[in-house]
Write a protein that binds this ligand. Structure first.
Ligand SMILES: NC(=O)c1ccc[n+]([C@@H]2O[C@H](COP(=O)([O-])OP(=O)(O)OC[C@H]3O[C@@H](n4cnc5c(N)ncnc54)[C@H](OP(=O)(O)O)[C@@H]3O)[C@@H](O)[C@H]2O)c1
Length: 315
């Protein structure tokens, strides 16, 4: 394939709301050492993307404008600067602005190869996107930090979200008793993911219903996070990925509170894709937008009530 010199990329020239987006002609990025150049086929939109756009991650790194946003994408390898990948490979990848990469919301993206993995046969590009940022944000707390297994009770906060939906499926697969919170419209949906008990947060108090938990996975933060400590059994763990600041010290000294450091490594994404190829994890792609409507995909995520995963298809 002849790679063009320029491409259409969604850019912002300043921090702000979704009206900052412009579709612009930009140079196709070069694949540096340790990178892959991809022809992007589909893009995932995650809450982190609009939080970065609004300037919420400036403590960690400043965007260089014009900036292309976007973390997870799928694509076909055009150029590989590492062993193990070759042109034509179909991959799931996560860009890393913290390491100076531009985002993936473009027709072509240079991505770090250590955050890229081949998509197995039987999993579509669109499905694979569920196991990038969202899936890995569930994998680390449930599998690695929570070490969830049979005989454990797990509470997943926001079981209908892109992260929570994978967490519910993983915890169920690992043999735990799974409780999950969601709003009234999502009760049947979260049950269908495998939760044994769904808690409608508009009617029920999860502390009353779910106590005593071994692991609580918090994707909400704030007051929900504070109250959840009461639902842990002695020795229990609350793991958080929430962006809303919380007091890191638990109000009890017989439980633990930890923050997940979400690094979307190739190994973590490959482990999930293997389960997806076996039909154990099911991607929940609930909203698809054409590339020309990428800002609308962000607005859908910004409601805070997206179900499953929002994706954008790239021609
Ligand atoms: N630190 C990290 O690296 C990291 C990584 C991934 C995610 N996160 C954060 O984790 C959060 C979730 O991410 P996501 O991708 O799953 O978001 P999402 O796909 O936008 O999901 C939001 C979900 O939250 C549910 N929800 C809203 N208020 C709720 C409440 N009070 N109790 C229970 N559920 C509630 C909504 O369900 P209803 O419509 O039923 O209310 C919706 O399904 C975001 O804040 C994101 O930024 C952080």
């Amino acid at each position: 394939m002849n790679t063009p010199k320029t491409m259409q990329a969604w850019c912002v020239h300043d921090y702000g709301k979704a009206d900052k987006f412009v579709l612009e002609e930009m140079p196709v990025p070069a694949a540096g050492e340790g990178s892959l150049l991809l022809k992007v086929t589909a893009i995932g939109v995650n809450p982190v993307d609009w939080k970065i756009r609004e300037g919420g991650h400036r403590r960690m790194y400043e965007l260089k404008f014009p900036a292309t946003l976007g973390r997870d994408c799928t694509g076909v390898v055009i150029e590989s600067r590492v062993p193990g990948f070759k042109p034509g490979d179909r991959v799931l990848a996560v860009s890393d602005q913290g390491r100076g990469y531009q985002g993936a919301h473009a027709s072509y993206a240079a991505v770090p190869a250590d955050f890229a993995t081949k998509i197995p046969a039987g999993v579509s590009d669109e499905e694979a996107l569920a196991f990038g940022v969202a899936g890995t944000s569930a994998w680390i707390p449930i599998v690695e930090m929570g070490k969830v297994g049979p005989g454990m009770r797990v509470l997943v906060q926001a079981g209908a979200g892109g992260v929570g939906g994978i967490a519910v499926q993983l915890a169920r697969h690992l043999g735990a008793e799974v409780f999950a919170t969601c709003g009234p419209k999502n009760i049947d949906y979260v049950k269908s993911l495998g939760a044994h008990r769904v808690i409608d947060y508009s009617k029920e108090d999860f502390v009353q219903v779910a106590t005593p938990c071994d692991v609580i996975f918090d994707t909400i933060g704030g007051d929900t996070h504070k109250r959840a400590f009461a639902a842990l059994k002695p020795g229990g763990l609350q793991v958080r990925v929430n962006a809303i600041p919380v007091d890191p010290k638990p109000p009890r000294d017989d439980v633990r509170s930890e923050l997940a450091n979400v690094r979307c490594t190739a190994e973590r994404m490959a482990s999930q894709l293997e389960l997806a190829a076996k039909g154990i994890l099911k991607a929940q792609i609930t909203q698809r937008f054409p590339y020309a409507q990428l800002p609308a995909a962000y607005l859908a995520s910004e409601t805070g009530h997206a179900r499953g995963k929002i994706i954008v298809t790239v021609p």
